[in-house]
Design a protein around this ligand. Sequence first.
Ligand code: ADP
Length: 593
Amino acid sequence: MPYKRLLFQIYLTFLVITFISLSTITWFAQNLARDFYLKETSRNLQDSAVLLNDQVLAALSDGQTDLLNTHIIRCDSLTKMRFTVILTNGKVVADSRENPNRMDNHAGRPEVKDAVAGRAGSSKRFSYTVEENLMYVAVPVKQDDKIIAVTRASISINAIEAALSSIINKFIITTIILILIIALIGWLVSRRISAPYEEIFNAIERVAHGDLNFRLNPTKSRVMKNLNEALNKMIVQIDEKIKTINQQSREQQAVLRSMAEGVIAVDSNKNIITMNTAAYKLLGLDMDQVEGRKIKEIVKYKELRKIITHAIKTNELIEDEIIIPPDDRYVQLHGTMLKNENGETIGALVVLNDVTRLRRLEVVRRDFVANVSHEIRTPLTSIKGFIETLLDGAIEEPDTAKRFLKIMIKQSNRLNSIIEDLLTLASIEESEKRQAVQFSKAKINKVIDSALSVCQPRAQNKNIALTVKGDDKIELMMNATLVEQALVNLIDNAVKYSAENTTVEIESVIEKDECVLNVKDQGIGVAKEQLPRIFERFYRVDKARSRTLGGTGLGLAIVKHIAKVHNGRVTVESTVGKGSIFRLILPKIKKAD
Ligand code: ADP
């Protein structure tokens, strides 16, 4: 925890400084005290010795050394000092702790020597007399300016040391108490100093863990206030930046998700960076998370992997196409190098386009051209054959020639019908594409009547009754010519594919906002498996029959397109041998009042 480290660093520094300074002060103080105490003791010894001088002088003058001895023993008991009186020749005449007669000559003692020389002398040493370390001070005893003896006072150094250590102990105890108090105060102060940093450390840690929903509390300290404000600003900015990045990423994801094209981005190691929903669908993938996985683990199509390998290496647009089972979808692939803002290669991008519709349309178009050619070639070949036969001499036989010419007329009419139907289909398609079909409000029964008048002669030829029923007031927005054309085709087919003496019923009804025009016959019907195909161009159930009946195979395709331009549809129900019902359904009807 950085905060704890900081607290201890501050506190430790504080403690070390306190300890060093207090110890130094204590050490100096105890030295000073020691010097002072020793000096004081020495002065005391000297003063005490000087005080005795008068008695010493008097006792020596009277020769009463015994009395002197008694006196100094009393003084010793009062002051705890040892007193000795020594003659200048070194002979001890009195001593408060020893019999002077048993004592050796003291002339050689340094303090005695100094006192004999006329000045106060002092010394510290072991006394063999009392067997302990003593501090001595000796002063001269003068009679008429003549030194006649020396008074010496001494004290046990052990006593001095004991007194001194008591003083030093007091110093040390005081210092320890002080250190403890200061350590406590130091702890509180260190905490106070480091507490704001704690908040900052915690804040930074929260930011590092991605939590940006908090702000630092205001503080009284000016420095910390500025720091807190700066940090708060930083958090707000990071928060905003992250929100912007998230927003951009969401938008990017939304764009990628909504794209009809599949997009796959991989890095230089061919790990997937992004793959959008369209790409998943196009490749038929059924997994959740592919980001970060190798492309070869996910995609089995070699062409796609090859494009990625190429795109990473070369700076060209690479194209290919794959067919994806099970419904054989054609997917076009475009691969390019993926670069960063510095222009360095960071991977590859592949865009997938579903071109199935396009490819199927191409096939339809190809088939259509082939069908048209085939349909036109048949009557043309037939006409050409008859012309050649006529030229080869058949023209000379009027009956044969007449028969041939009739057939030729029939084939020409067929050719004409095909071309007319093709043109109609092309024109409807074109108008549909350009949305140029004109719509106007028209009554449906009028359109039915017109269609009937066109189909009537053919129906009469087969003695087929055309009946009309249903709602005759229906009125709707439509292109009446096209709807009439569709009805003609449906009624014409009903007549064509019905036996003589049957009925074809045309009915107009409204079903759920739609106008339904039913053309019902009692004809040959269409087998169930053929039904979905009869609306294709040139598709006929029975080619020969259709041709004989003058069919082009385009009638229902035209109906389908007419329904489409009206946003409607055409459906069929049929039973072989029983009849069919074709339904032209036109939406958005409007009933006449
Ligand atoms: P065609 O010119 O051959 O009639 P259509 O496109 O109008 O071409 O019809 C396609 C095929 O659908 C016809 O060849 C025929 O086999 C079948 N068909 C259409 N209408 C009927 C119907 N009313 N009864 C039975 N078969 C039909």
